[in-house]
Design a protein around this ligand. Structure first.
Ligand SMILES: [Zn+2]
Length: 291
């Protein structure tokens, strides 16, 4: 859920250490042994290099993914592909028939079962070095601060505008970075928030959308391919943050329009004076656009 264009008010919002599998010798060995002991045979033995600056990735950093649907599934898989990492998945919903086409991690025999548990089982089965905790809960005002506090980075993968603002406010209070994501039809958006340093969701949208706007976004639907792109970008932002690099979308909103030749555009988001995030204090930002 997200607005078609960034707007000031009322528009609505809707580590890992990693590696590809090494040389051909390893592939040959795996063919001889159909059940290789992945942790002992170097499945993740080639470190990824995200930052040019010295320093190791915070491989033990814990990532919270709120929502295991169109955005959360590709984000979780992208993180798992990147190497050993720790993540918590939260989502109160069971797998429904309408999920199967877009959220490819789920199967027909998952119908009615909690999404988080099904997703965790599949990811563990494929990536044994990933530490993953599934929780069948919704983010709410009672648990938001505690969940944010106990994680190092948050991925907003929910389609509920109220939950997006709850993530924003909890992240600001606990000073945890997070990446916002949203998809409507063939367009997707993502923006990373570094609390106290870059603009937050309330700098961009100020207030959650009204019910009419939410309903029109739901009618537009979500294209799975676009959600996949945005979810993967969100995972990359999490990896950058945990590796102590500056996420590329910190203070910038990326818009991906699958119907246009210049598909990716990023726009600087200035901090809004008076916003509760405080990122505006001592700053004067001039918006700029890059493609
Ligand atoms: Zn703000």
């Amino acid at each position: 859920m997200m607005p078609q264009q960034p707007a000031r008010k009322g528009a609505g919002a809707n580590s890992c250490e990693a590696s590809p599998i090494g040389g051909s010798w390893k592939i040959g060995r795996e063919l001889k042994n159909p059940r290789p002991r992945l942790q002992e045979e170097g499945f993740f033995d080639v470190p990824i290099r995200i930052s040019r600056r010295p320093g190791k990735m915070q491989s033990r950093g814990r990532i919270l993914i709120v929502g295991v649907g169109g955005l959360g599934v590709p984000a979780a898989f992208a993180l798992a592909r990147s190497g050993p990492c720790r993540m918590t998945l939260i989502d109160p919903d069971p797998v429904e028939l309408s999920n199967l086409a877009r959220q490819v991690i789920y199967r027909q025999d998952d119908l009615g079962k909690p999404k988080t548990e099904c997703a965790a089982r599949r990811i563990r089965g494929r990536f044994p070095n990933v530490e993953i905790e599934p929780r069948v809960i919704a983010l709410d005002p009672d648990n938001a601060l505690g969940l944010a506090q106990s994680h190092d980075f948050i991925i907003d993968a929910t389609d509920d505008p109220a939950a997006k603002f709850l993530i924003n406010d909890a992240a600001i209070k606990t000073r945890r970075p997070f990446v916002y994501g949203g998809v409507i039809g063939m367009t997707g958006q993502a923006m990373t928030v570094i609390p106290g340093d870059t603009a937050c969701l309330r700098c961009l949208f100020e207030e959650p959308p009204g019910q009419t706007e939410v309903a029109s976004c739901r009618e537009a639907g979500i294209v799975g391919a676009v959600a996949g792109v945005i979810g993967e970008i969100q995972a990359a932002e999490a990896l950058a943050s945990l590796s102590h690099a500056t996420p590329r979308l910190a203070g910038r909103i990326l818009t991906y329009d699958a119907t246009r030749p210049a598909r990716f555009r990023t726009t600087e988001v200035p901090a809004r004076p008076g916003c509760r995030c405080g990122a505006w204090i001592g700053k004067s930002a001039t918006p700029s656009v890059h493609q």
